[in-house]
Design a protein around this ligand. Structure first.
Ligand code: ATP
Length: 362
């Protein structure tokens, strides 16, 4: 096992800067997830660490070695791709053993390790089959198994679950987490799925347009985002973003006035009349009867999920300002109903509408 460090790594293709000035250090044994929208540079970072792409600038370290000039096959990393890339003419056993044979590990050890990995991944009874005789989930396990059998210093996983159906994806995600707890190999995992990022990661690296937006634990990324991009990328249903103007009375959202939390007052008092965006997560909006609601919402649809209902709508008299609410399953308003909303003001986030940066409480 080994730490992985990137120091100001940049990768340019002709006319495209795929990633720019990327720096982070994954400590030995941790599970880090790179997440962000399509084209943000996640795979490029992983491929650069693997040695499948050369960095245009910066340094890459695995353990204490700078590996920029080290060939991919000598970096002691194992990469698993979305498309599995199993050898179709080889049996499962031979696929699992492939990396070990390439490294001239003795046959006895190879056989033992294949058996061990197959047992751990629940594919021991499939060892004699060919990949074409396996389901997608089983093929995925073989691809993971092939990487694990090699006992690399680092795992690089690029959207390894995205070809699986929803149920299998959930199950394999949980197995992957368990597996990491057992073997503890330093892992970098790429996904555009924020649920995978939140559930698997020790630390999440959020990327956008080739740059790091924030690095933090899932809890920090969710509750203390640096900017609107991070805030809107994590969370389902998404955070509500409300355009507002601030003055001494509070935040004006259309005809409504939302009181300003005390912690934000020092900054806001220096910027009276400024345009802002408020961010409030659906779970911090409460529907209840009461005097002077902070906001009112007009319902457009209700989506029952069994354990809760998701409501989509808009701020009353502000149809362009969408709202997402989560409510108890018994509560089933009709389209067109008007609901009184109260915000948990301590959970309110404020963003600069131009830069997207979050204005952090004093
Ligand atoms: P996705 O989630 O869609 O796989 P990603 O976040 O992994 O996307 P990358 O595949 O790393 O993104 O690509 C980042 C940017 O670099 C994109 O704009 C992409 O078009 C560009 N890019 C990647 N590889 C090449 C290449 N070989 N030549 C030119 N441009 C490339």
């Amino acid at each position: 096992m080994a730490r992985v460090e990137l120091e100001a790594v940049t990768r340019r293709f002709a006319g495209v800067t795929a990633v720019e000035d990327i720096s982070f250090e994954v400590p030995d044994g941790e599970f880090w997830v790179l997440v962000g929208p399509s084209g943000c540079g996640k795979s490029t970072i992983l491929r650069t660490i693997a040695g499948l792409e050369a960095a245009t600038g910066g340094n890459i370290y695995i353990g204490d070695h700078r590996v920029n000039q080290v060939l991919a096959r000598n970096r002691d990393v194992a990469m698993v791709f979305q498309n599995y890339a199993l050898y179709p003419h080889m049996s499962v056993a031979d696929n699992l053993a492939f990396g070990l044979r390439m490294r001239r590990v003795d046959p006895q050890t190879t056989q033992e390790r294949v058996a061990e990995v197959a047992k751990a991944l629940g594919i021991a009874e499939l060892l004699q089959r060919k990949p074409s005789q396996l389901s997608g989930g089983q093929q995925q396990r073989v691809a993971l198994g092939r990487a694990i059998a090699r006992q690399p210093q680092v795992f690089l996983l690029d959207e390894p679950l995205s070809n699986l159906d929803a149920q299998l994806r959930d199950d394999t995600r949980a197995e992957l987490k368990l597996l990491h707890q057992q073997i503890g190999i330093t892992t970098l995992y790429v996904t555009h799925d924020q649920v995978e990022a939140m559930t698997l990661a020790d630390q999440i690296v959020v990327l956008d347009q080739g740059r790091i937006q924030q690095i933090g634990s899932p809890q920090i990324i969710y509750s203390q985002p640096y900017n609107r991009m991070v805030a809107t990328f994590v969370g389902s249903p998404p955070i509500n973003i409300l355009p507002a103007i601030y003055d001494q009375q509070g935040f004006h959202v259309g005809p409504y006035v939302i009181p300003c939390p005390r912690s934000l007052q020092p900054w806001l008092e220096k910027h009276p009349g400024c345009d802002l965006e408020l961010g409030i997560r659906p779970e911090h909006l409460q529907i209840k009867q009461g005097q002077d609601p902070h906001l009112q919402a007009v319902v457009s649809t209700v989506e029952p999920l069994g354990s809760e209902n998701l409501i989509r709508g808009a701020v009353a008299e502000q149809p362009q300002t969408a709202l997402h609410l989560r409510v108890a399953p018994q509560f089933f308003p009709r389209p067109g109903d008007c609901l009184d909303l109260f915000l948990d003001l301590e959970q309110l986030m404020v963003f600069n509408p131009t830069s997207g940066a979050r204005i952090v409480p004093a």
